[in-house]
Design a protein. Structure first.
Length: 295
């Protein structure tokens, strides 16, 4: 292969490795909106029924003191935390946000993290190589790694994907006594949320968290106070993270993979140039050189 061919092949390989991979957007391949959950924080009583239901449905240890856990962990995928706000105490349920275009799935080199057609973002153990790029890329710190395990896994809410396939709602939604959680197609949930805001402007701030954040999420939130008072990151922007992070994340393995090949190719090309110049110089007839000098 000549130098031009080598560089052309290298460029094609680099383009393939750096090509961003995104999850499903607002509509699935079936043409319908993904499933999601609307969380009305003005209705949440902080009872943690959702936490216990999540543990039972997913085979997790029963929470000993769920109120002591303020963020999801490897053993507790749902966490309810109380916040002191300008309107008193407000309880907020947190879990994986199931982004429409999840950064974790885009960053996953082996497609272990996958956005399903129905909406849940799931982790597949048989494909994971343990790189933890999903953890680094997530703007909501969703995926958790079992550091203390001899066979560590990535753990997070999977939106009860198995229950959804059977036609049942997520366990947390089914067991919420205050009806703070509403399950359905995302476009229907947005209509419900906008209607609640319009009908009770004094009750809600005019903002549905997750409608546009990072390109949109399947978990949506209503609140009576600004979301920064509830611990939500408000600086994540409205652009999906795959479009911001994929090129960087894939350039790292590209450099590690193609760097040695690039250096080897450049070295061989340089040697060929040196040999070629030497051969050309040797091929010039002395008589010609003498004639040019004499002229």
């Amino acid at each position: 292969m000549n130098r031009r061919g080598f560089l052309k092949t290298l460029g094609l390989a680099g383009a393939t490795l750096t090509l961003p991979r995104t999850g499903k957007a607002a509509e699935t391949e079936t043409g319908t909106a993904p499933y999601g959950v609307l969380v009305d924080t003005t209705r949440c009583a902080g009872c943690n029924s959702c936490t216990y239901a999540c543990a039972e449905a997913n085979g997790l240890p029963e929470p000993e003191d769920p109120e002591a856990v303020t963020r999801p962990t490897t053993d507790q995928w749902t966490a309810v935390r109380g916040f002191e706000t300008s309107k008193g105490e407000v309880f907020v349920k947190r879990q994986c946000m199931h982004c429409l275009e999840p950064a974790c799935a885009s960053a996953c080199l082996t497609t272990a993290m996958k956005k399903t057609d129905d909406g849940p973002v799931v982790w597949r153990e048989d494909k994971c190589m343990g790189c933890r790029f999903c953890m680094v890329s997530c703007p909501f710190s969703g995926p958790k790694f079992e550091y203390s395990s001899a066979n560590p896994r990535i753990r997070k809410c999977v939106l009860c994907a198995d229950r959804l396939r059977e036609g049942a709602p997520p366990a947390c939604v089914e067991n919420c006594p205050e009806e703070a959680l509403t399950f359905g197609r995302r476009d229907d949930l947005l209509r419900i949320a906008h209607k609640r805001i319009a009908n009770a402007p004094d009750r809600y701030v005019d903002h549905i968290y997750g409608e546009r954040e990072v390109g949109g999420t399947s978990w949506l939130y209503l609140a009576g106070v600004p979301f920064e008072e509830l611990g939500f990151p408000t600086d994540v922007g409205e652009t999906s993270y795959p479009s911001l992070t994929a090129s960087f994340l894939y350039s790292v393995p590209m450099v590690l993979t193609l760097g040695p090949a690039l250096m080897l190719g450049m070295a061989k090309a340089a040697r060929r140039d040196e040999n070629g110049e030497a051969a050309s110089a040797a091929a010039i007839p002395p008589a010609v050189e003498d004639e040019e000098v004499r002229s």
